[in-house]
Design a protein around this ligand. Structure first.
Ligand SMILES: *Cc1c(COP(=O)(O)O)cnc(C)c1O
Length: 397
């Protein structure tokens, strides 16, 4: 199949009438083919095959099969990625594995821009391990200097969920290795947003979710990457039966499976993976470099448009496109109400406490027209202060 161009891909998604969706970095929209694919999985597989679906419909191999398709998007070896569980769990597993591979050291190093769940999982792990393990959190710009002889693993989210700041994966990974630390990269806001070269950068572990830029749907499973050089040495902390070398021997003792498959835990989310398959049918035909170029064009259009016309909004993202992921964020003390007013006008972005308005740019279904309209609507709301109405100040969960 020929690569898809971005004029064609929009038609492959269901987007509600009258909506400009700038929140695909939180939850990607529905690929039109997903509904039929899920229906087929329900009726023809679950319905007609019953338990035979595990073999006949290939449910058991789905986590590895879909992992190999995601591998291309993140520069990974095809056999080094497997799906399952949620990103928080995959972070826990990867951290536990990294600590065990670097046993003379006791510190997990991360940055204050990381998503809370990643930090919480690290906290839970070090509390459980005891023995002097700790989590050290420093500002993003201080990571390189904080890499010392105590750091066992550097855990970073490549693109900051609030500001969109993009870490330099190649340099920080090289630096961490020079200092004797292993690396764990969270790709939640980079997979499907920009080119990633896990293998070329020599990354040790990575994980990400599939419901953001990858459009796998709410609750879609996470993925985990383990560098092939490490996979055979990982002793899984969550040693579930489907990570066992021979799950159907029902042996009373655990034997880790081949390679990354040992990081499977339990029964895969078959229906969710059917939806994700439909999303990956689109991704299989996307050229990631072209996607990145289009994302930069759209982000720059939005950023310069808002800076020109909404001077009260202060840029929260790096100004240089090369230092941003695929989102643009602004500060405003009334950010919550402004976002509610925008959503009421059909422009869906999101708000992140305490004061950040966040907009994601996803060339698969957003083009220059939508970006122009979004800037117009935001400029209008700021000019007429229509955000300052009681219904826009009321908070929901
Ligand atoms: C979205 C996101 C998560 C979410 O984790 P789940 O377990 O899938 O809910 C975790 N970490 C980062 C960096 C994220 O952006």
């Amino acid at each position: 199949l020929a690569p898809l161009d971005f004029a064609a891909t929009k038609a492959l998604f269901h987007l509600p009438e009258g909506v400009i969706y700038l929140d695909g970095n939180s939850l990607g929209p529905l690929p039109r083919a997903a509904a039929a694919r899920v229906d087929d999985c329900v009726q023809a597989e679950w319905g007609d095959m019953l338990i035979g679906g595990w073999n006949k419909a290939g449910w058991m191999d789905q986590p590895a099969r879909l992992g190999a398709r995601i591998a291309r998007l993140i520069g990974a070896e095809p056999e080094a990625v497997v799906l399952g569980d949620t990103l928080s769990i995959k972070i826990y597993q990867a951290l536990a594995a990294a600590l065990q591979l670097n046993p003379a050291r006791r510190v997990i190093l991360s940055d204050s821009g990381n998503f809370p769940s990643d930090l919480y999982m690290a906290e839970g792990l070090v509390n459980m391990l005891g023995q002097g393990y700790s989590l050290r959190v420093v500002p993003p710009e201080d990571i390189a200097d904080a890499l010392d002889e105590n750091v066992a693993v550097m855990m970073l989210t490549q693109v900051d969920y609030r500001t969109g700041r993009l870490h330099d994966m190649a340099n920080l990974t090289r630096h961490a290795h020079q200092k004797g630390a292993l690396t764990l990269w969270d790709l939640a806001h980079s997979a499907g947003a920009l080119p990633i070269d896990l293998s070329g950068c020599g990354v040790d572990f990575a994980a990400g979710c599939t419901y953001k830029y990858l459009n796998g749907g709410p609750g879609a499973p996470a993925f985990i990457y383990v560098a092939p050089r490490h996979a055979a040495h990982v002793a899984p902390a969550l040693s579930g039966w489907l990570g066992h070398a021979a799950p159907f021997d029902f042996s009373p003792t655990y034997q880790p499976g081949q390679g990354v498959s040992r990081l499977r835990v339990g029964t895969p989310a078959v229906l969710q993976m059917a939806a994700l398959e439909a999303a990956l049918d689109i991704w299989d035909r996307v050229d990631i470099s072209a996607l990145r170029a289009a994302s930069i064009t759209l982000s720059e259009m939005f950023l310069t448009g808002v800076q020109d016309r909404c001077p009260e909004l202060r840029l929260a993202s790096p100004r240089a496109a090369a230092h941003r992921g695929s989102q643009v964020s602004f500060h405003h003390p009334q950010g919550y109400a402004i976002m509610q007013a925008l959503i009421a006008k059909g422009v869906i972005g999101d708000f992140r406490a305490p004061d950040i308005l966040r907009f994601g740019f996803t060339p698969l279904y957003i083009g220059a027209d939508e970006v122009r309209w979004a800037v117009d609507i935001l400029a209008q709301i700021m000019a007429d202060r229509s955000w300052d109405q009681p219904q826009f100040h009321r908070r929901s969960s």
